[in-house]
Design a binder for this molecule. Structure first.
Ligand code: HEM
Length: 240
């Protein structure tokens, strides 16, 4: 259901994509509302029970607390799942497209964390994020009025030659690591799960590189037609 809901976050969703997103949102609402009600019967040591305790202290209106809990649970699950589930496939695809870099990584598995950062820079799982202007302003000569929406093209920023020399080159030895990209956004809304996502991506890539020394991609990935939350539907590989 999260795959369908993610269409609601697209830049220019089609009517049929929005219909898919609507149906998915209703399904997720039903699921999380039921889960919250079930947890309320016996609070445990799990994350959702912790949130229920916190919100019950903050919000005397039980329905309002449950509404917030629903949004929180749904948002975290989508933000966590629709990103990390793509990152391994897109890293493997990018490496496969650059055999010299893949060979370098296989000779030096210690470069895994640099490979993760460079893959996040080169082809980030989230290509665009959005902000609303809090006041009238001018940004690099462009007037922006209060409440206007601004779509920030993360992938494009990651390829800014003023920030990264020769940005079209996929280079594991690029200096700067995590400072070279905005894959996790920036400022007050910086991705809350960046640490966990990096841990997962590093572990996955490390295991794949060490365990499957002859792994190759056998067909180009099948991409979901999405820009905001990119998604690889399938990536076929062989190991021989
Ligand atoms: C490779 C994996 C991930 C990528 C590329 C990613 C990317 C992003 C981006 C671009 C933003 C928007 C930042 C901004 O607007 O400045 C964001 C926000 C967020 N992410 Fe992630 N994310 C990933 C994994 C996760 C995980 C694993 C979690 C949760 C466990 C998570 C939870 C969140 C939340 C809650 C926000 C909203 C933060 C806020 O608005 O204050 N993300 N992420």
């Amino acid at each position: 259901m999260t795959h369908g809901q993610a269409y609601a976050q697209e830049l220019l969703p089609s009517a049929s994509q929005l219909a898919i997103a609507n149906a998915a949102t209703l399904g997720l609402r039903e699921y999380f509302t039921g889960l919250i009600a079930e947890r309320r019967t016996t609070l445990g040591d799990d994350v959702l029970s912790g949130w229920i305790r916190t919100w019950d202290e903050l919000e005397p209106d039980r329905d309002a607390a449950d509404e917030t809990l629903y949004y929180l649970a749904m948002f975290i699950v989508i933000a966590a799942l629709e990103t990390t589930s793509t990152v391994l496939s897109s890293m493997i695809w990018t490496l496969d497209q650059h055999p010299d870099q893949l060979a370098l990584l296989r000779r030096n598995p210690d470069l895994v964390s640099q490979a993760v950062e460079e893959a996040l820079r080169y082809d980030p799982p989230v290509h665009v994020t959005t902000r609303a202007a809090g006041e009238d302003m001018e940004l690099r000569g462009v007037p922006i009025s209060r409440d206007q929406l601004i779509h920030i093209m993360i992938a494009s920023a990651n390829h800014d030659p003023a920030r990264n020399e020769d940005p079209g080159t996929f280079d594991l030895r690029r200096q700067g690591g995590r400072l070279t990209h905005l894959a996790f956004g920036g400022g007050i809304h910086y991705c809350i799960g960046a640490g966990l996502a990096r841990l997962e991506a590093n572990l996955l890539l490390d295991r794949v590189v060490r365990r499957f020394p002859t792994l190759r991609v056998s067909a180009p990935p099948e991409w979901e037609p999405r820009v905001a939350f990119r998604r690889v539907r399938a990536l076929h590989v062989v190991d021989r």
